[in-house]
Design a binder for this molecule. Structure first.
Ligand SMILES: *Cc1c(COP(=O)(O)O)cnc(C)c1O
Length: 374
């Protein structure tokens, strides 16, 4: 993503590669040497390591973090007419997989501060057809898992956590991915733990569910030639598994680096006129996949930063219920006031573990200059 005219890229995957180049190169060479491209010891090893890091017994790897959501819902027997509640503000993978699994999407607004499910609205959306809830730990901040689990348990609903942006985030000291029936992770290259291609995975403590998920993701069987049901092909490949195993031990340090950079943004941007900084709710530990500010003249701020060589992203320009893909739901802005307001004000500033103080200083100066002048 970086180029000569970009003085501060949004993220810098190459900078991270250079810090672990030898280990990555030899891991890749090892997979090629052994022709261990599909399944095999490296995939098993990564599944064990990722589960162990969470203190969870089962990890089922998948081809990507969209399939993992779909695989989990399929294994939980989502069927036509079943309603699944999820956040109005997320990446479309979260909601499109509900439809793909045969269910009906029910959106819940966010809370206005954390970009996660508004626990106060959640219960009012439950009907006799509701089967589950997918909280999204968006941008790296956990959703209110006390409220989500209390409501889910009261109504006997399953919970699948969408942890795609929140590796190692914690809610009241407990890792995300350890609250619901299952948790879905993406290892898309730009995520906090990223492969060098598509990759994803699921965590669960439920052995029977893990078996159903693995079976469905592997053509309906657990071993070659075994097809107990019709499934799909959603495998983590050997190259990605080997790469992820090299990167996994670095994840805690990379997470701490993201948190330090976020704390510096917080300190240096505090008090800037019209600028709303990310808010972290009590009891939640944010891992800053994204550092998302809000500004009433977002598009002008984004253009100003771009003209100074600073790359930013809007995550996301249209909240899910207002996308053409959901025209069938016929929603009104008043149903999702926070998600609706946020879609025109959010702006993600550059943040990545290898970001230098010099790069960050440029971003801060530029944001402050714009805000003071406008
Ligand atoms: C990235 C992402 C996904 C999907 O992951 P892929 O690996 O890209 O398929 C799902 N949910 C959220 C919130 C994401 O950010």
């Amino acid at each position: 993503m970086s180029s000569a005219s970009t003085s501060v890229p949004f993220a810098d995957l190459h900078a991270q590669y250079l810090t672990i180049k030898q280990d990555i190169d030899s891991a890749i060479a090892g997979v090629i040497r052994d022709s261990a491209f599909i399944r095999g010891a490296r995939v098993d090893a990564f599944e064990r390591q990722f589960a162990a890091m969470h203190g969870v017994s089962q990890c089922v790897s998948c081809a990507n973090g969209t399939d993992s959501l779909y695989v989990a819902m399929h294994a939980l027997n989502v069927k036509a007419g079943d309603e699944v509640i999820t956040s109005a503000h997320s990446w479309i993978a979260t909601s499109e997989t509900i439809t793909q699994a045969g269910g009906s999407v029910v959106f819940c607004d966010t809370d206005g501060d954390t970009f996660t499910l508004d626990a106060k609205r959640l219960e009012s959306l439950i009907t006799p057809r509701t089967v589950g809830i997918i909280p999204v730990h968006l941008y790296g901040q956990p959703a209110d898992m006390d409220a989500v689990m209390r409501i889910a348990n009261k109504h006997r609903l399953w919970v699948i956590e969408d942890c795609a942006q929140a590796h190692l985030a914690r809610f009241r000291g407990k890792l995300v991915g350890t609250f619901g029936r299952a948790a879905s992770f993406s290892f898309y290259p730009g995520k906090n733990l990223g492969a060098m291609g598509d990759a994803g995975g699921l965590l669960t403590e439920d052995g029977a569910l893990a078996e159903r998920m693995a079976m469905f993701a592997r053509h309906g069987g657990l071993t070659k030639g075994d097809h107990r049901i019709e499934g799909i092909n959603s495998r983590l490949d050997g190259l990605q598994a080997a790469i992820l195993s090299v990167k996994l031990p670095h994840l805690p340090a990379w997470t701490a680096a993201r948190q330090r950079i976020a704390a510096r943004y917080d300190a240096m941007l505090a008090g800037t006129p019209d600028l709303v900084l990310p808010k972290v709710a009590e009891g939640r530990e944010h891992v800053y996949h994204l550092y998302v500010i809000r500004h009433p003249r977002r598009d002008a701020l984004k253009a100003h930063l771009a003209s100074n060589g600073i790359e930013t992203v809007v995550n996301y320009p249209v909240a899910l219920p207002f996308l053409p893909a959901y025209a069938r739901l016929n929603v009104r802005p008043e149903q999702f006031p926070n998600a609706f307001a946020d879609q025109s004000t959010v702006l993600s500033l550059p943040i990545f573990p290898e970001m230098t103080q010099n790069q960050q200083g440029k971003v801060v100066d530029c944001v402050r200059k714009f805000c003071r002048a406008s």
